[in-house]
Design a protein around this ligand. Structure first.
Ligand SMILES: CC(C)(COP(=O)(O)OP(=O)(O)OC[C@H]1O[C@@H](n2cnc3c(N)ncnc32)[C@H](O)[C@@H]1OP(=O)(O)O)[C@@H](O)C(=O)NCCC(=O)NCCS
Length: 242
């Protein structure tokens, strides 16, 4: 199993299209993420992007995408999640201090085999190599879609009998040394017309109001009068020492 940056292995980066989709369709339509994602796809900052590759099987198994940004180290100065960190990095600029994870994906067929830690450890290595002071991650808790009505502030406090965090993805970050810094309430925002939301979800939204949608961490708010569906995804900021 190999973790390499796009800069080290452009040949593998060019094969990322082979990676199976791991997110629900509506996640591909974020207002801010769609603005900046193409710049990553076109090869910007290749030394900060990772690919997970199974050499024996010649298969792309995952990826980790990050961006360096400016942070003074205080919880109050953390931007609001994925959208906030992209805006800070690409609209405000400033001297970068810290690495932020943006996305980590293990191919659905390879999930549950303990591979994700390689991606997080790889991100931490990248931060260290570039002299950045920490790795922070706006973590998308993987089991939160099963509890869409629970406020994330409560959800992130849930622990199992053995003391470890309830959510597997938060748990893994904590086990690798990260601490929870706080909630980013509007980490990823998706707006669409009612027809777009119906196409993305395969559901029908006959009325205005909140809807529980598969894969969504919180309900989607539909306003039929304004022909608008709005999803505001909260994530959990975690900080890894480097
Ligand atoms: C989140 C993700 C990267 C984790 O990768 P993974 O390789 O499947 O995870 P691992 O095998 O390393 O397991 C990590 C923990 O999650 C648990 N886990 C894995 N799949 C699980 C599932 N379907 N249900 C419950 N727990 C699960 C594992 O048991 C492990 O916890 P444990 O060590 O305490 O038992 C992967 O599931 C994924 O790509 N998901 C879709 C994209 C995503 O949500 N990315 C994260 C936000 S950007």
């Amino acid at each position: 199993m190999l973790v390499a940056t796009f800069a080290e292995r452009p040949d593998l980066a060019a094969r990322l299209g082979e990676l199976e989709d791991a997110f629900p369709e509506f996640m591909q339509h974020g207002d801010v993420t769609t603005r900046y994602w193409p710049t990553f796809a076109s090869g910007r900052f290749p030394e900060y992007q990772l690919v997970l590759y199974d050499e024996a099987a010649d298969t792309i198994l995952g990826k980790g995408q990050t961006t360096p940004f400016r942070w003074d180290g205080s919880p109050a100065d953390l931007p609001d999640g994925v959208d906030g960190v992209l805006r800070r990095a690409y609209e405000e600029g400033g001297e970068v201090t810290t690495l932020s994870a943006l996305v980590a994906v293990v191919a659905p067929s390879a999930q549950g085999r303990g591979l994700s830690r390689l991606i997080i450890e790889g991100m931490r290595d990248v931060a260290g190599r570039h002299g950045l002071d920490a790795l922070v991650a706006p973590v998308r808790p993987t089991l939160k879609p099963l509890y869409p009505l629970t406020p994330i502030e409560r959800y992130l406090t849930w622990r199992r009998d053995d003391g470890e965090l309830f959510d597997p993805w938060l748990r893994l970050h904590e086990r690798l040394g990260a601490e929870i810094v706080g909630v980013c309430p509007s980490s990823l925002v998706v707006y669409g017309s009612v027809a777009e939301w119906e196409a993305w979800t395969g559901m029908t939204f006959p009325d205005s109001g909140p809807y529980v949608v598969e894969g969504a961490l919180v309900p989607v708010e539909v306003d039929r009068e304004r022909d608008l569906g709005r999803y505001v995804e909260p994530n959990v900021w975690m900080r890894h020492p480097v």
